[in-house]
Each structure stands twice: as C-alpha cells, then as structure tokens.
Design a protein. Structure first.
Length: 107
C-alpha cells in the first residue's frame, strides 16, 4: 500500500534522505484513479528502497502549491532530501514509472 503524504508529514519524510516518489492525485481525476492500483503495487515492490506515496490535493494543498502542481496526476521524485529534475505529468505506463524509479535510485 502506498504511503499517504500530508502537509504535516511530507517535509520530514523527504528529509530522511531516502528516495521518495510523490503521486499528486484527486478523486475527480480519472487517470489518477486508474493508476491507483499500480501505484500501490509499485509501493509494495519498492518498499525497502523507495518511499512511494500519494498526496491528495483535495485534502491537502500547501505542499502542492509550493511545488506548482497544476495537472493531475503529477509525480515528483526526491533523493537525499532534495527534489530531483525527474518530474512526470499525466497518465503513465508501469514501464515508464519503473524506469524513472530506477533512474532515481541510480542518482
């Protein structure tokens, strides 16, 4: 199951330095809902190496605003406590997400 990011825990989770993938989503977003099971699967698959989680923009807003999230879904990737240049927007294939997660691990 994917981690649940909130405005209260997102900064401290990133600050751990572990690789982090945040899926910004909303219930009104069809592609987000379609991708949700895949995100949960990837979170389980990478649970010992990467924190993969979801940030619901309907329930939280501050961190999404700080990161200029304008489209859903948007995926941000962090490593060593810092945002990387890896950013995905829109519906993604499993293969593309795995490729970006592996790229994150290789940084």
């Amino acid at each position: 199951m994917a981690f649940t990011f909130t405005d209260q825990n997102v900064e401290e989770t990133i600050a751990t330095g572990k690789p982090v993938v945040i899926d910004f989503w909303g219930t009104y977003c069809g592609p987000c809902m379609t991708m949700a099971p895949m995100i949960d699967e990837l979170a389980k698959e990478y649970e010992d190496r990467v924190i993969i989680g979801k940030y619901n923009v309907e329930e939280e807003a501050d961190f999404a605003t700080e990161n200029r999230i304008m489209s859903l879904p948007t995926f941000l990737f962090y490593k060593d406590g810092k945002k990387t240049k890896i950013r995905l927007t829109g519906s993604q294939t499993r293969e593309n997400l795995v490729q970006k997660i592996e790229e994150l691990l290789a940084l």
